[in-house]
Ligand binder design. Structure first.
Ligand SMILES: NC(=O)c1ccc[n+]([C@@H]2O[C@H](COP(=O)([O-])OP(=O)(O)OC[C@H]3O[C@@H](n4cnc5c(N)ncnc54)[C@H](OP(=O)(O)O)[C@@H]3O)[C@@H](O)[C@H]2O)c1
Length: 298
């Protein structure tokens, strides 16, 4: 098998570029999805406190029989735990649910722009956990260039990762540029445009990018599926990507992308599909009042 692509973070940690996502994977399907992914060769699993399936991610890892050092586990602190007196409790609850004594990658799930002091406090807890060796690299998710600037001004460690919405219909180029300038890895969520399929909106230009002619023609040319073309686009442009599936055939399909690459003009043709319109929520508008969901850490 061709070796999988890796990326090196700004603190020197090398991680697989292609990971496996479990957002919206029901707990009862998470163990089998994770064991299937690990059997296929995935070594990076992305979950979050707010996904409600950290326990099953940990159990899937244990059932795989792999050594702890062979896998990269990524999780995220939810905004209900950002205040200074709550953040550490939230982090320790994630570790307990995962059944691990350290997590490889730990991110702030969202900025809270109107309560940015809470975002800073939560990130300072991440810095502390990094110093204690309970996390191997820390980062953020859904941060705009302005959020990154505000965070970096008030904290000591530049995030290693910014996990944001990126797919051909929303390339998030401004954020990607800021990440690159600051030495932050852009990690794509909804990498094959899932958000436009499972949460269809009436935004012009949305829809199923896997059916777009540019993608289907490249799939025919390379003898690959549309999803494999889009995932290769991420890898060839230096991003990490986290496709999700609960179906064994698709989990395998999404990992079979290490034996070809796209030409620069083909990458540019996919970049040109950008509509500038996100499928997910605007991170500028998120806070505990607009989004009152709280994680239960009991
Ligand atoms: N940080 C954040 O705020 C945030 C937000 C969203 C997502 N994420 C992360 O990113 C991961 C992926 O995002 P996502 O689930 O939104 O989108 P995605 O991976 O782009 O798409 C997932 C959707 O596409 C389907 N699918 C999977 N493989 C396919 C294939 N080969 N061909 C056709 N359809 C396929 C899946 O259905 P089936 O399961 O039925 O196959 C699911 O409906 C999440 O699991 C999570 O880890 C993070």
């Amino acid at each position: 098998m061709t070796a999988q692509t890796t990326v090196t973070l700004n603190n020197g940690l090398e991680i697989p570029a292609l990971g496996f996502g479990v957002f919206q994977t029901p707990p009862e399907e998470t163990i089998s999805s994770v064991t299937t992914a690990l059997e296929d060769g995935y070594r990076l699993i992305d979950t979050a406190a707010s996904y409600g399936n950290e326990r099953e991610v940990g159990e899937g890892f244990r059932q795989s029989g792999l050594d702890r050092s062979e896998i990269v586990v990524e999780s995220k602190l939810w905004i209900s735990d950002y205040q200074a007196d709550k953040a550490e409790v939230g982090f320790e609850a994630s570790l307990r649910r995962l059944g691990l004594d350290y997590v490889d990658l730990y991110l702030l799930h969202q900025p809270t722009p109107v309560d940015f002091d809470d975002t800073i406090a939560a990130y300072q807890m991440l810095e502390q956990k990094l110093a204690e060796g309970k996390v191997r690299a820390i980062g953020v998710s859904n941060f705009s260039p302005d959020h990154l600037t505000r965070l970096i001004e008030k904290t000591s460690i530049v995030p290693a990762i910014n996990q944001v919405e990126v797919h051909p219909y929303f390339t998030n180029a401004t954020v990607q540029h800021a990440d690159a300038t600051l030495g932050i890895l852009t990690q794509a969520w909804s990498p094959i445009g899932g958000i436009h399929r499972y949460r269809p909106s009436d935004v012009p230009g949305s829809g199923n990018v896997l059916e777009h002619q540019v993608i289907t023609e490249l799939a025919a040319k390379y003898g690959k599926t549309p999803a494999q073309i889009v995932l290769r686009w991420h890898l060839d442009e230096g991003r990490s990507a986290l496709p999700k599936s609960t179906k064994a055939a698709r989990i395998a399909e999404n990992f079979a992308v290490f034996d070809f690459s796209l030409a620069p003009a083909e990458l540019a043709a996919i970049d040109a599909l950008d509509t500038g319109l996100r499928g997910g929520p605007d991170p500028e508008l998120l806070n505990t009042r607009s989004f009152p969901k709280a994680v239960d850490n009991s």
